[in-house]
Design a protein around this ligand. Structure first.
Ligand code: GTP
Ligand code: MG
Length: 247
């Protein structure tokens, strides 16, 4: 049995998600207006090194996924696919079956020109990662004043490895050192459609590991963006983004 096709399972995931993601009515209305304006999202710029960071009129930013230390195994979790779904576009971001597709920080405007906020896709860490990508990401997280939230993404079928825990702990330390004033940290568990019968226990285990590594990290939002079929959990991500940007 897959997790998503059955209504019973979908409700189980929804309850897992909703319990930990209270969202205001105002935020819900904003996310609909901002993300559902047709064609409103667009590519803005890429940053391949620390000197090429673009400026966008100080629009608030959210960044999907991470790295400083590029370590084995964590690219290809589905970051770009997830952002396509969040932006309501099929192929604004390049995706691939092969790890290492995204090779720069890519900035995307959300909302009709001049935009309401910016989301940033990033290269993954893992065997196809490169240390220079990590340096760019680290510089961005440390210096970007517009950064409001980091969405750290894990693949449900692959679970967490020590590299993920190290990254969570590092980002958690940064959040704590700044007293949560600069940015917050939100976990996402994606590819939930690939979980089988023991999916619930597996996700609970992942949640415990995330909490132990990063106590300030917001409880994971569960998503699925299968290449064919409907998206799951995407509306919650949109609401979370507009919420953290104060929109
Ligand atoms: N079944 C399933 N496949 C997914 C899901 N999300 C992404 N994929 C697939 O996973 C593969 C990798 O997706 P990408 O979005 O390119 O992953 P990424 O994390 O951006 O990869 P890099 O940029 O290389 O680090 C693609 O073949 C996607 O179709 C999902 O929720 N379910
Ligand atoms: Mg990518």
């Amino acid at each position: 049995m897959s997790w998503l096709p059955s209504r019973r399972c979908t409700n189980r995931i929804a309850s897992l998600v909703n319990r930990h993601c209270p969202l205001s009515r105002k935020s819900s209305t904003s996310s609909k207006t901002i993300f559902q304006a047709p064609g409103s999202a667009d590519f803005l710029a890429s940053a391949t090194d620390v000197n090429s960071f673009p400026r966008f009129n100080r629009l608030p930013e959210s960044s999907c996924s991470v790295d400083k230390h590029i370590l084995p195994g964590r690219a290809n979790v589905g970051k770009s696919t997830l952002l396509n779904a969040v932006l309501g576009r099929k192929d604004l971001l390049f995706t691939s079956k092969r790890a290492g597709r995204t090779q720069a920080l890519n900035f995307f405007r959300v909302g009709p020109h001049p935009g309401k906020l910016v989301v940033v896709d990033s290269p993954g860490y893992g065997s196809r990662g490169r240390s220079e990508w990590g340096a760019v990401f680290n510089h961005y997280v440390t210096n970007r004043e517009e950064l409001r939230r980091i969405y750290i993404i894990f693949s449900a079928p692959h679970g967490l490895r020590s590299t993920d825990e190290a990254m969570l702990a590092k980002l958690d330390t940064q959040v704590q050192q700044l007293g949560g004033t600069k940015f917050s940290l939100q976990a996402i568990i994606t590819k939930a459609d690939q979980l089988g019968d023991s999916g619930r226990e597996h996700v609970d285990q992942m949640k415990n590991t995330i909490f132990k590594a990063a106590p300030t990290c917001l409880s994971p939002i569960i998503t699925a963006c299968p290449p064919k079929g409907s998206n799951f959990g995407i509306e919650l991500i949109r609401k979370s983004i507009t919420d953290c940007c104060g929109l």
